[in-house]
Design a protein around this ligand. Structure first.
Ligand code: SF4
Length: 438
């Protein structure tokens, strides 16, 4: 029996790619093992969004450089594979497979080449119109499933490697997406998270020609599916029809992740984000006006080249205006081959760090306030686990917030996978606490 080990770095797209890679390998007769030491094939599905993530992979490979790796085949998949290409072999000569995500459909053929003794196999072409679809995805979570609807990105944000690592946008047909949603429901999944670098750029390539809002409307009608989420959305392509679809369809969750990156139109322009602050705020207003109580989350980069104190101040006051429920914030870091490399007006590292700290502190106080507003309400939670240390069940609300709760008349049975109504009794900056009421 051939065995493999896989470790995944980075975003949900990578996590789901790995689920599909695992299924593909198992269909080829491989079995998954828990440690790299016991595997014949060791795979790292990599992320290059930040330098740190990239370095981690090479340090993992380094551990096997000497005799520990003898007899094994090492493979680098994903964004670092695509970005570094053949340079991976120079940096880590014991690697046998370098494959970007746009070539995963050819993995079975690449495995055959490796098995027949090929020393170095690559899958690095970005010229594809295909998406990676397989009936074999091995999903980890038995209740919540990822479902890719679009791959790649046609934007060119100045700081971002994705267009170079994942290739151009390719949408799946609406028919294949809906078919997969039905089979997920039949397999017992109740929550689906639609994935794409820009989900709302979705364009059905079949004659049906659906846009993203039409797809959302249809997803909301799949029997057995109680929750549908989607990530990530680009503000430029985020039309009012998406909010209208959410208003009409209770299955669509009360949450939108809409990365803003900066509150300054001048910085947004230099980032090549294709929208102004005002245009972004219009989308926030649509959400605030919705009767759905939509939680809004975002991504922010501080210290982009040329960001002045005034620009940063604009980002700080954007936090107040938007009242985000959560913010993923990062210091700008240079990435290979990106347009921002041409900028020379770098923000000094200590200034970046100070800005990040200030932003995170401010957001923490906003989150305390946002979450406190939920105290006293009853929220439906999908139960995801049990925390033995606290004796609390761990649930997730439609707004994608963690809601830890107790069940007053505990019956001893597992609640995992069930949807329960929970009265929120307390709140903190990052989670809610409550008691189940049914
Ligand atoms: S929209 Fe911009 S940030 Fe998002 S993946 Fe495309 S280039 Fe990167």
């Amino acid at each position: 029996m051939k065995t493999f080990y896989i470790e995944t770095f980075g975003c949900q797209m990578n996590v789901h790619d790995s689920e599909k890679v695992i299924g593909t390998l198992m269909a080829e007769g491989y079995s998954q093992v828990a440690t790299p030491e016991s595997a014949d094939l060791v795979l790292y599905n990599t992320c290059s969004i930040r330098d740190k993530a990239e370095q981690k992979v090479f340090s993992r490979l380094q551990q096997f450089k000497k005799d520990h790796g003898a007899g094994k085949v090492f493979g680098v998949l994903g964004c670092v594979a695509q970005q570094e290409g053949h340079r991976v072999f120079e940096k880590a000569p014991h690697v046998g497979l370098v494959c970007g995500s746009a070539s995963y459909n050819s993995l079975p053929q690449m495995l055959v080449q490796l098995e027949s003794g090929a020393r170095r196999v690559t899958g690095l072409s970005l010229e594809t119109e295909d998406t990676f679809e397989t009936p074999f995805a091995r999903r980890d979570n038995p209740h919540r499933a990822y479902l890719t609807i679009i791959e790649g990105c046609d934007k060119a944000c100045a700081y971002c490697v994705v267009p170079m690592t994942r290739g151009p946008e390719r949408s799946r047909t609406s028919d294949s997406v809906i078919r997969e949603a039905h089979s997920l429901a039949e397999a017992g999944y109740t929550e689906i998270q639609l994935l794409g670098q820009n989900v709302n750029s979705y364009r059905d390539p079949s004659p049906a020609g659906w846009d993203f809002a039409a797809l959302l409307g249809a997803m909301g009608k799949v029997p057995g599916i109680r929750r549908v989420r989607f990530t990530t959305s680009h503000p430029r392509d985020f039309g009012k029809e998406i909010i209208d679809a959410m208003d009409e369809n209770p299955v669509l969750c009360n949450h939108v992740h809409l990365p803003v990156q900066s509150g300054s139109t001048r910085v947004l322009d230099r980032m090549q984000r294709l929208y102004t602050r005002d245009e972004y705020m219009r989308r926030i207003e649509w959400m605030k006006r919705s009767p759905r109580n939509i939680a809004i989350t975002t991504d922010i980069i501080v210290g982009f080249p040329g960001e002045t104190d005034e620009d940063f101040e604009a980002t700080m006051n954007l936090l107040d205006e938007c009242g985000y429920d959560s913010v993923f914030s990062f210091k700008y870091s240079q990435r290979p081959n990106t347009p921002a490399l041409r900028y020379e007006d770098h923000v000094p590292e200590p200034v970046k760090s100070a800005r990040l700290t200030a932003l995170q502190e401010k957001q923490r106080t906003i989150q305390i306030k946002q979450n406190a507003a939920a105290v006293g309400t009853v929220q439906e939670a999908l139960v995801e686990g049990f925390n033995k240390a606290t004796g609390q069940w761990i649930g997730r609300t439609s707004q994608n917030k963690t809601l830890n709760f107790i069940r007053p008349r505990e019956g001893g049975e597992s609640l995992i996978g069930r949807y329960l109504d929970v009265q929120v009794t307390r709140s903190g900056p990052n989670s809610l606490v409550g008691e189940s009421v049914n």
